[in-house]
Ligand binder design. Structure first.
Ligand code: SF4
Length: 342
C-alpha cells in the first residue's frame, strides 16, 4: 500500500463533551476537534472517535537483539522488528526520519506500509525463535498493535520489546507494561531546556517512565546519543549518568555515537575520546554497566562482572560472540547479573 496508512480505533481517549477528544497516550495531551490530528501526526479525531495510523507496518525483518540495543536481554538472540509511522518527538538528527517524522516537513507524506498482520508477525518470530520488537519509529504511539501482538506472542513464548523515547503518560505505561519484556529508552539530555531544544518535549516524563516501567517489572536499558557541540559536554553526560544512577546503578547505559543525518549534517561523528570520557564519567557516577557500541572496539561492548571483573558477554560490532553466563550468574564468582538472560 502507498499513500495513507490505515486508520484504526485508538485506545486512551477521553471525550471532552463538546465533540473534542483528548488523547491520553503521551504527555502532549492533545485535545483534538473533529478532523484534527495530534502533534505526533498519527492520531486523530474522526467524528468524535480517536483513531491511530500506527496499526500499519512498513518493515519486518530479523536482526540481532544487540542492535536495538539490548545487551542484558537474551544475548545472541534475534528480534523481528516491525515499525509503523510517527513520533512524539522532532529530533533533527533522527536516522529514521522518513518513518518517524511522517506527516511533518522532511518526513514522509506517502506512507508505504500495509495494515499490520499480528498473527503473521508472531508466527514469523516464533518460527525463528526471535522476539518481536517495535522500533525505528516510536512504538509508544502503537499500544494497540503492541497489545494485539502480545496477545498472540505470550502463549508462544515470544517476548515483546520496545526501542522507545519513553514519552508516555502513566496510564499508557500501565496499559502496556504487563505485556512488555524489555524497553530501551532514550535519555537524550540532562536538563529540561536541552531536552526541549533537541526533541520538542520535556525531560521529566521520560525519567518518570523509566521508573514506572521498572516498578512494573519491565527490563529497562537506556541510550544516550552524544552529539558534538549539542549534548557531548562532560557536565551533560555526568548529569545524565547521575540521574540514572539515582534510579538504579545497574541500569545498562549505552553511549551512542552520533552520525550526521536529517537536519543535523554539520557536526562530525562523535570522537572516540569523547565517548571514552563519557563512559568513564558514567562509571564514576556509579553506573555498573556502561557500553559504547561503536568507536571503542570489543572492550566498549563487553559485559564484565562487577565483582570479579571476568568477561561475561563478549560482543562483536552488532552481535554477541560468546555468552559465559551460567543461569544469569558470573561463571567466576557466582554473582547474579541483572538482565533477562533466558
Ligand atoms: S500520542 Fe499524539 S495525539 Fe496523543 S497526545 Fe501524544 S502527540 Fe497528541
Amino acid at each position: 500500500m502507498t499513500g495513507e496508512p490505515v486508520w484504526r480505533p485508538a485506545v486512551l481517549a477521553t471525550a471532552t463533551g463538546d465533540g473534542r477528544v483528548r488523547c491520553d497516550l503521551c504527555p502532549h495531551a492533545c485535545v483534538l476537534a473533529d478532523g484534527e490530528i495530534g502533534e505526533c501526526r498519527v492520531r486523530r479525531n474522526s467524528g468524535g472517535r480517536l483513531e491511530t495510523a500506527t496499526f500499519t507496518t512498513t518493515v519486518a525483518h530479523l536482526d540481532a537483539v544487540e542492535r536495538k540495543p539490548f545487551f542484558h536481554v537474551r544475548p545472541g538472540s534475534q528480534v523481528l522488528t516491525a515499525a509503523g509511522p510517527g513520533c512524539s518527538f522532532r529530533c533533527n538528527y533522527c536516522v529514521n526520519h522518513r518513518l518517524s517524522q511522517y506527516g511533518r516537513p522532511g518526513g514522509s507524506s506517502d506512507f508505504a506500509g500495509d495494515p499490520a498482520q499480528p498473527s503473521t508477525l508472531v508466527s514469523q518470530a516464533a518460527d525463528a525463535g526471535a522476539a518481536i520488537g517495535l522500533s525505528y519509529a516510536e512504538p509508544s504511539l502503537a499500544p494497540e498493535l503492541t497489545l494485539a501482538l502480545a496477545g498472540l506472542a505470550a502463549p508462544r513464548g515470544v517476548p515483546v520489546l520496545w526501542k522507545t523515547n519513553g514519552f508516555l503518560t502513566a496510564a499508557a505505561i500501565d496499559l502496556v507494561a504487563p505485556v512488555l519484556t524489555a524497553v530501551n529508552v532514550d535519555v537524550k539530555a540532562a536538563t529540561d531546556a536541552a531536552h526541549r531544544r533537541l526533541t520538542g518535549a520535556p525531560l521529566a516524563p521520560v525519567l518518570d517512565a523509566i521508573e514506572r516501567f521498572r516498578a512494573a517489572g519491565v527490563w529497562v536499558e537506556v541510550c544516550t546519543p552524544l552529539i558534538p557541540g549539542v549534548s557531548d559536554a562532560p557536565a551533560e553526560a555526568r548529569a545524565i549518568a547521575a540521574n540514572l544512577a539515582a534510579i538504579d546503578p545497574a541500569v545498562p547505559w549505552h553511549l551512542v555515537r552520533f552520525t550526521p543525518d536529517f537536519r543535523m549534517r554539520r557536526p562530525d561523528p562523535t570522537p572516540p575520546a569523547v565517548l571514552a570520557r563519557a563512559a568513564a564519567d558514567g562509571r564514576e557516577a556509579g553506573l555498573t554497566f556502561v557500553y559504547v557500541e561503536r568507536a571503542l572496539g570489543d572492550q566498549g561492548r563487553a559485559t564484565y562482572c562487577p565483582a570479579c571483573g571476568v568477561v561475561l558477554v563478549d560482543r562483536t560490532l552488532w552481535a554477541s560472540r560468546e555468552n559465559h553466563l551460567v543461569d544469569g550468574r558470573c561463571p567466576g564468582c557466582g554473582l547474579a547479573i541483572p538482565g533477562r538472560w533466558a
